[in-house]
Design a binder for this molecule. Sequence first.
Ligand code: 13P
Ligand code: SF4
Length: 323
Amino acid sequence: MTTGFVLTQEKELSLDEIKELQAEVRRLAKEKNAVILAHYYQRPEVQDVADFIGDSLDLSRRAAQTDADIIVFCGVRFMCETAKILNPSKKVLHPNPESGCPMADMVTAEQVRMLRSKHPDATFVAYINTTADVKAEVDICVTSANAPKIISKIPARKIVFLPDQALGGWIAKQVPDKEFILWKGFCPPHFEFTAREVMKLKEKYPDAKVAVHPECHPKVIELADFVGSTSQIVKYATTVEAKRVIVITEVGLKYTLQKKNPEKEYIFPESMNYCGTVYCCTMKGITLPKVYETLKNEINEVLLPEDIMERARKPIERMLELS
Ligand code: 13P
Ligand code: SF4
């Protein structure tokens, strides 16, 4: 069926065009028995067409449970790969195949194999923000929502954690009986936030609580009243007694926070760096026209080698069992 939308090039859409396109996406999703999953960092107009919005753990669980024929994943590549690994017979579509996670690309499977030969007695733990190839080399995966809980259950004393040094350092403080070897990866947008910037906000809003994502620099984490995954920050910030919350994570989360509890004020840093507001460019690379074209034409399918999927599924399933 022709829909009347010809979108070879992206232009700024009017509100009416956005609404029309959203309605068309929803109609197609129903017609094709597709589920649309979106991360909190997605653009508001993309979040609004999703069946489900969540953090990495929520989205992996949803992907594991869905009975839809098609999964349209509005997030970065490792999230789509996780959905495909958990649903090898389903069509998983990624509206922008160029949207990867720079941190996930900071470690390769070969580097993990080399590290394994140096530390044969360690349990290898990968943040979910890793490529499928890397997951195929490790023992278990974690997300920022379940990492300390899962790692404290691992029998080995020595843990190799990759790729996020900030998350790894935060976990190590909470599981002090283990020895951690941390890979030196980091999240470029989260590392943009500085302790100086957070201190300034605390001075300006002395009554505010501070919620921080654990991908932030350790000096920023030290200033937090609460540290957690995006979903955990949503729960904390929308229910904490304080009227104002300083939120140190990607700005996409603001949309959900305001929708869930508009009574509170959510302060996101207007970063002091040259870019202005800190955002994750690759998350924002998913646009509504791209979601529409991907679903309509069933393009941008996520495909992975069978053997990699089989090996990468084990650490993800171990994580889902333990969390
Ligand atoms: P969450 O699992 O907390 O949503 O984090 C995912 C992510 O990529 C944050 O940068
Ligand atoms: Fe990767 Fe950071 Fe973007 Fe999350 S915010 S997808 S960790 S680059």
